[in-house]
Write a protein that binds this ligand. Structure first.
Ligand code: ATP
Ligand code: MG
Length: 870
């Protein structure tokens, strides 16, 4: 059965059991501070399990893209070494939100596996939660009895808390689970060792394929459990593992999900899969990682230097390293795998098909720059080894290579071993841990349980229509972090505060009760679909009615920037073309930032056209036309564009200003005329094929012109208040360049004279024409001198030293015939002499240069060089 059919059959099966089939949610999470990426099928539904929202249907099924590379679930280091853990994988899942429970979940899972897919019952084992003293929980008898009705008792195994009690995080919904395992070993192996003894023992052919989680408890901050008001089902089956079973192969990589990519890697690298362990691991790593990286980019997460972007960058770099080390690939090639990936996965996941070009560009650029880093790291490592006095390199050096140059320790280790060195791994681990602890402390967040003041089903956001309202507190909790100290998170029955989202910052403002007590709201964020207000303190009377007021000035400036962002988006598509797609935006009160796909730097004319376009829409005083709760399809038909990587509901809100129409949840000015003026302040590249524009509006533009004007008058002042400052600056520049030319000519003359003098100083030493001397020239002057002397004097051996503003320089020139006859090497000579000037260098055998920190050592080097010709 083809993988495509396996996926379809799963969805069809649950459709026939009244499940609503939904597409995979984007992989990068937006309103969940505990999670960077979706790491299980249930993550996108968390708000329903927490009771913060109502699902469209109480039965849902899907295939969800998951990424397990950070946090609680991190399989990264396994990937490639085993045959059944991936970074990115698809999790097939069915859910019941307060609807059916264990009975249906268990019987349907069994029916699907054995009847629909036709898996042999004799290769299946199931596990049941054995209970836990720590949590005072009994064994899951209900699940046991249900299984007993369909499978022989000796195939039901007891599992401990680690394997059979599923928790979303340190707090929140959780419950016992039942796993289904397959034993796909050969008959001979089965005869030798009983499959039962291999379940949950990390055997590559006795693996878990499906986990059925019975959510029935809530884990509180003090670690105690309380029953959930309604019980839920959450199941997850590894799609690639299921394909392995149904396609009768022994490894996920041997399925049609991975084989086409592996064949392509073989073709590109001229290496065969299945012959050599190290090569196989590398091929598996690369075939896995290219999927993770491609899907992340498609979901809007580009590789970068922090957060989720950094995780993606590290995955890609891991792939590059394996290619570099084990497949001998020193030039970019992973981007070339995107083509086959898109051919195979594009039909099920259109987002990668539509963004193929972008994905290729970004991966290629990342590969290129990391390969450059690897090269630099290699040079650096060479230098460390040259200066090493012992056979063991310090852990601090290896850490520095990793931290500052991105040069991974396993690669360092490999190279060290090849050269007969080792490094102090303990020191390295200590350094690494120090760094991790620093990161953890800053971001670690401890949260108390919510204190509920009033039950409330639906929290209402009224901030589109008003910035002030009377509100009641429904719940609150204390959170503590190193970074922000103690904070209170407040939730109201309704709120005018806009929560950070869609690129727009959260509102700030204050609460006031009848007695005049004021509490400042310093930020507003959304978490699992509820709006949370951050305050430094708790209101004195938590039961009071508060007047909640949003900081209007900041909100207004932010709105100017948000509306301008829409106009900018429209302008870019108009001026540059419809290939422009939004790739990220940040709307602050002081400025706006907009990232978009486009292949080249914008010209001055293009920037001007874009600015003019936006400003003419501002001058046109276009009114805001807002539509709330319209069907998604109607919005699309109206011309609104959906963004990749965004989660949209069935009904959406559209924002229209003239011809600009967008799906948007943000707040906007009532009329474009309110913006007053729009000004681009910078344009540049963020990644291959992604440009960034930063711009300002309103008051910020006034400040900008004011500042520029002041600078202009200062310049005029410096130019003796000339009427034409541009002309005056131009004249200065011309004068400057003519002076430069004159100096160059003078220096050339000086060098010529010098050459004449130096020629007289050449003496014969042991059959060569030898000179070693300190001169007053820069690097290129010395180079010219060497080559000119070399052209005029046979059998030359010259060493020149120079002190260039405190930096030492040594250049060695040896006539080619001398190089050959005497087996001399200028590169090696300057490297060795480099120790006198505390530096190093290299070059060719006949000409090489070293730089160093210690000019006082030049004389010693000049003295020492004579030994080479004696
Ligand atoms: P394992 O013990 O094999 O790592 P798990 O206990 O971490 O599995 P769950 O968190 O229960 O797995 O996830 C549900 C299903 O998802 C598993 O039964 C498995 O089929 C699949 N799965 C989990 N992790 C991975 C992974 N890294 N790559 C591919 N499939 C996975
Ligand atoms: Mg796991």
């Amino acid at each position: 059965m083809k993988s495509q059919d396996i996926r379809d059959k799963f969805l069809k099966f649950f459709e026939s059991k009244q499940h609503l089939i939904v597409p995979s949610a984007p992989m990068v999470t937006k309103d969940d501070p505990t999670l960077m990426f979706v790491n299980s099928g249930m993550a996108p539904f968390k708000e329903y399990f927490l009771g913060n929202g109502t699902p469209k249907n109480n039965r849902i099924a899907d295939s969800q893209k998951c990424l397990r590379v950070s946090g609680k679930h991190n399989d990264l280091e396994e990937v490639g070494y085993d045959t059944y853990h991936h970074t990115l994988f698809e999790m097939l899942g069915n859910w019941s939100f307060g609807d059916y429970f264990k009975k249906e979940a268990i019987t349907w899972a069994w029916e699907l596996l054995t009847e629909v897919y036709g898996i042999d019952r004799d290769i299946l084992y199931v596990t049941v939660f054995e209970g836990s003293d720590e949590d005072s929980l009994p064994m899951d008898q209900e699940a046991y009895d249900l299984w007993k009705a369909i499978i022989p008792e000796d195939r039901i195994l007891m599992g401990n808390k680690k394997d059979n009690f599923w928790e979303m995080g340190d707090q929140g919904p959780c419950g016992p689970c039942s796993e289904i395992h397959v034993d796909i070993r050969s008959a001979e192996e089965k005869a030798k060792v009983d499959g039962k003894s291999l379940v949950n023992m990390d055997h590559p052919q006795v693996v878990e394929i499906w986990n059925l989680v019975f959510m029935q408890y809530n884990r509180k901050a003090d670690t105690s459990l309380e029953p959930l008001p309604s019980k839920h089902i959450d199941t997850g089956m590894g799609f690639e593992r299921l394909c392995m079973v149904l396609q009768d192969v022994q490894s996920n990589y041997d399925t049609d999900v991975f084989m086409p990519i592996i064949r392509e890697i073989e073709a590109i690298t001229h290496k065969d899969y299945g012959k050599d362990d190290k090569i196989d691991v590398a091929i598996r790593v690369i075939s896995d990682h290219v999927r993770a990286v491609a899907f992340s980019i498609a979901d809007g997460q580009l590789p970068s230097n922090n957060g989720a972007g950094y995780v993606i960058r590290r995955i890609l770099r891991r792939a590059v390293r394996y290619g570099f080390t084990f497949l001998g690939k020193k030039e970019p090639f992973i981007y070339r795998l995107v083509d086959i990936l898109v051919k195979k996965m594009g039909p099920a996941f259109p987002e990668i098909k539509e963004q193929k070009q972008l994905i290729e560009n970004v991966i290629k650029e990342e590969e290129t720059s990391f390969l450059r880093t690897l090269d630099q790291g290699l040079l650096l490592l060479d230098r460390i080894l040259e200066n090493a006095t012992e056979k063991e390199i310090s852990g601090a050096k290896v850490f520095e290579l990793k931290d500052t140059y991105g040069f991974p320790e396993d690669l360092t280790d490999l190279i060290l071993r090849e050269k007969g060195f080792t490094y102090n791994a303990k020191q390295f681990e200590e350094k690494l841990k120090e760094q991790q602890d620093r990161g953890k402390q800053a971001s670690e967040l401890k949260s108390d349980d919510w204190t509920i003041i009033a039950e409330d089903d639906e929290q209402e956001f009224i901030g589109y229509d008003t910035t002030e309202a009377n509100v009641k507190l429904t719940k609150y909790r204390k959170v503590t972090s190193k970074k922000d100290g103690e904070m209170y998170q407040l939730v109201f029955n309704m709120t005018p505060f806009y929560a950070e989202g869609g690129g727009q910052v959260g509102d700030k403002g204050y609460l006031q009760d009848a007695s005049g007590d004021v509490v400042y709201i310093v930020d507003t964020k959304k978490e699992n679909n509820i709006i949370i207000h951050f305050a430094k303190s708790l209101p004195k009377d938590i039961n009071a009615t508060f007047k909640a007021s949003v900081d209007k000035k900041q909100r207004y400036r932010t709105e100017c920037n948000h509306t301008a962002t829409h106009l900018l988006h429209q302008a870019l598509r108009e001026v540059l073309g419809t290939h422009v797609e939004q790739k990220g935006s940040a709307v602050h009160s002081k400025y706006l930032r907009f990232d978009f796909s486009h292949f080249s730097k914008l010209t001055v004319e293009e920037l001007r056209d874009v600015e003019n376009f936006v400003n003419s829409r501002i001058e046109g005083k276009l009114p805001l036309e807002e539509q709330r709760n319209i069907p998604m399809q109607t919005a699309i038909d109206d011309g609104a564009m959906a963004l990749f990587g965004e989660k949209y509901g069935d009904t959406v809100r559209t924002i229209r200003f003239g011809q600009s129409i967008e799906l948007c949840g943000g707040t906007h000015v009532k009329n474009t005329g309110d913006i007053w003026h729009f000004k681009i302040v910078s344009e540049g590249a963020v990644a291959a094929g992604i440009r960034r524009i930063e711009a300002i509006t309103n008051d910020a533009v006034k400040d900008f012109y004011f500042e520029n004007n002041r600078a202009y008058f200062e310049i005029k002042d410096l130019l003796n208040n000339t009427k034409e400052p541009v002309k005056a600056v131009k004249a200065l520049q011309d004068e400057n360049s003519s002076l430069k030319k004159q100096i160059e000519a003078l220096l050339k003359d000086k060098a010529k004279n010098l050459k004449g003098d130096l020629k007289n100083e050449i003496s014969e030493v042991n059959g060569v024409n030898f000179i070693a001397k300190k001169v007053d020239l820069d690097a290129s002057g010395i180079k010219d001198l060497c080559f000119e002397l070399g052209g005029e004097v046979d059998n030359l051996f010259a060493l020149f030293g120079a002190d260039n503003n405190g930096k030492a320089l040594l250049s060695c020139y040896i006539s080619k015939n001398v190089v050959a006859e005497r087996e001399l090497n200028a590169g090696q000579i300057v490297r060795e002499l480099g120790k006198h000037i505390q530096g190093g260098g290299g070059g060719q055998p006949f000409f090489a240069t070293a730089g160093g920190k210690k000019p006082e050592g030049i004389d010693e080097a000049i003295k020492a060089v004579k030994d080479y010709v004696m």
